[in-house]
Design a protein around this ligand. Structure first.
Ligand code: ATP
Ligand code: MG
Length: 354
């Protein structure tokens, strides 16, 4: 196997109409062989559009997509989906209700340029059902399966023709929380066992962190940051990424006397202030706050939630700002008491106020 990237996206733009802003704006990245990329971002930021461009359901306005070393999309030419050797899994499963599970899976094998014999098809159905843990269900119809099982069949159908890249558009969002948690680990294992690359769209931060080798965070058609889950979490490139991925608190901070001063203390910032601005915002993650009960302290506990393994506190500072903190269950602070807030981060991050 070569080490060339499986996918290269170059300066991609997609405008649906001249009067609207582009749905996808100047996106470029590459996907390595066997890599799972999580595509994360709020509703309407262009995730599905990017996936549809890669799958060949949309043509770019400018830019280029190179799959397996071949230019498959430019404004001048666009290979149809069936010539791309990609598989796609949709949010609503999109199984054919009148076909059995076996025929649903076989559909993807029969409608390819590469032809499979009947014997190959039967063998591949068996193999792939085994891979998704649903052997023996060949003769059932989709309505005779649970939502989680149907989604695994949709994955099996997309994997059956051995695509080099699989594109999954929020495949778990219709499932209940428990099935979702279970399936996201399973999907990762199945994709890794099949040895193919994947792009997994979600707007659930936790799901992206759990399933991805790298995460791409999108905002209003742009790629805001691309990095490993650890990089995105610990070093968000912008306030948007910090807020979207980590649910961080933000505290106003002023650059005074060579340090950032906030309502709850002074900090050496990770980012020097912009020359023209001495105003910033200190990012404080919920799990990085330590609460020290103290009579004259500058914050008050407004609310406490028991979450099983931790407490989540809502605090209000004397200026009226709300902050959230998470602590171990051994730290029980009464609602209404005053607390000193200590930040446990080694490198607190400061974002310039734009
Ligand atoms: N066929 C289309 N014609 C016109 N505008 C479109 C079309 N498809 C998408 N858009 C617009 O492009 C933007 C991005 O849409 P897209 O479906 O890619 O978002 P998304 O990130 O997948 O959102 P969600 O999380 O809600 O699925 C939106 O403003 C949407 O209205
Ligand atoms: Mg979408």
């Amino acid at each position: 196997m070569s080490n060339a990237p499986i996918l290269r996206v170059e300066n991609l733009y997609k405008c649906f109409s001249a009067k609207d802003l582009p749905a996808v704006k100047d996106i470029h990245f590459q996907l390595e062989q066997g890599e799972i990329l999580g595509l994360l971002g709020p509703s309407g930021c262009g995730k599905t559009t990017l996936l549809r461009l890669i799958a060949g359901f949309e043509q770019p306005t400018t830019g280029q997509i190179i799959l397996n070393g071949v230019s498959v999309s430019t404004p001048d030419h666009c290979f149809p989906p069936e010539q791309r050797n990609t598989g796609m899994v949709f949010q609503d499963y999109a199984l054919f209700p009148h076909l059995t599970i076996a025929d649903n899976i076989a559909f993807g094998l029969r409608h390819r340029e590469q032809k499979f014999s009947r014997q190959d098809i039967r063998q591949r159905i068996e193999e792939i059902l085994h891979l998704v843990g649903l052997s023996g269900l060949e003769k059932r119809y989709p309505h005779e399966l649970s939502g989680g099982q149907q989604q695994r069949i949709a994955l099996a159908r997309a994997l059956a023709p051995r695509p080099s890249l699989i594109l999954l558009d929020e495949p778990l969002s219709n499932l209940d929380v428990q099935v979702r948690h279970h399936l996201r680990h399973e999907i990762r294992q199945i994709i890794k066992a099949a040895g193919i690359s994947a792009i997994f769209v979600t707007h659930d931060q936790e799901e992206a962190l759990a399933i991805s080798d790298r995460i791409a965070v999108m905002r209003q058609g742009n790629l805001e940051q691309l990095g490993t889950p650890e990089e995105i979490y610990t070093a968000p490139a912008s306030r948007f990424v910090a807020e979207f991925v980590t649910h961080a608190n933000f505290l106003p901070a002023q650059w005074i006397g060579g340090v950032w001063q906030t309502e709850i203390g002074e900090f050496q910032g990770a980012i020097a202030p912009q020359e023209q601005s001495t105003d910033g915002e200190l990012m404080v993650r919920e799990e990085e706050l330590e609460l020290i009960p103290q009579a004259e302290a500058p914050a008050i506990v407004r609310e406490r939630q028991f979450l099983g393994r931790e407490y989540r506190y809502c605090l209000q500072t004397d200026s009226g700002k709300y902050l959230h903190a998470r602590t171990g269950v051994n730290q029980l602070v009464p609602v209404g008491s005053r607390v000193q807030i200590k930040i446990q981060s080694a490198t607190p991050q400061i974002f310039a106020v734009s």
